[in-house]
Design a protein around this ligand. Sequence first.
Ligand SMILES: Nc1nc2c(ncn2[C@@H]2O[C@H](COP(=O)(O)OP(=O)(O)O)[C@@H](O)[C@H]2O)c(=O)[nH]1
Ligand SMILES: [Mg+2]
Length: 304
Amino acid sequence: MIAALLDRLRQGDRNALARLISLAAQGEGLAELQASLAANPRSARVVAFTGSGGVGKSTLIGKLIPLVRSQGHKVAVLACDPQSPLSGGALLGDRFRMGSSTDDGVFIRSLAAQSGHGALADHLDVMIRLFETVGFEVIFLETVGAGQGDVEVRRFSDVVVLMLQPETGDDVQWEKAGILECADIVVVHKADLPTTEQTAAQVRAALDLSPARHVPVLRVSTKANTGHAELWQTIHALPLRRQHATAASLLLESAIAWFKERYQAAESRHDAELVKLIEAWQRGETPTEIAAQSLLNTLTRAKP
Ligand SMILES: Nc1nc2c(ncn2[C@@H]2O[C@H](COP(=O)(O)OP(=O)(O)O)[C@@H](O)[C@H]2O)c(=O)[nH]1
Ligand SMILES: [Mg+2]
């Protein structure tokens, strides 16, 4: 059955695409799909949008779709929703907020994010390969957002856009451990709100603490319809990570980000074991190799 669907897919059959995405989402026929698709080149630009619920990920993606289409690219959206404890199903609201479309060059699907997989749905890689097979040049991933899934999402994407909103008086959400580490671009969304400039300046200051990476900070308001063209241009100017990096280097990058995320969480808990370990290393009592191994052990044991 999968072989027949793949044949239809390669002829551009949209129903076959929808059916195959559903099968992949359910984890059916994965081995066969992976084997048939593995040789395809990584041709799409996969852009992940992360950020807390309500920051405006769906609305922003909805605004970018016509922009991308006007440049002649086919665009797919995979929106990962938290699995609702009440219905046990995916929330479909996002699909409608992004506008229903009869355009063949647009494909939007909501997926249930599985617990234990950060903010992501299962089998994203197979789905991305399916879209690539039929010439989708741009794939937007909307994650559940919350921070913990951001390390994972880098593996599947070329560009990670972290979305924040001007402070609303509660805690500064991006100060959460490691959250800025994973971003290639930071968007201060809802830039029509009054404290936008302060938030952008705070993000800039936090990013400047690690000067090795240049991360653009952009202001976008979907309500006032500003900043989308610049955002898309910035996304487009970045290199395609999945094409240029080897699998091993992606794993290494992902592991380092994971390590930092865990470290920052432990540090903010004032983990006594961690402090002892670092002080012993600083005094020269423990060689770096041994200290790094102990650090790994400590962080692996610690709850994130
Ligand atoms: N003030 C303001 N509100 C916005 C803007 N964009 C979206 N919103 C509102 O933010 C809320 C959450 O948007 P949504 O796209 O569902 O967020 P998501 O959970 O991140 O996907 C909605 O009520 C939108 O109307 C904006 O640019 N400015
Ligand atoms: Mg949403």
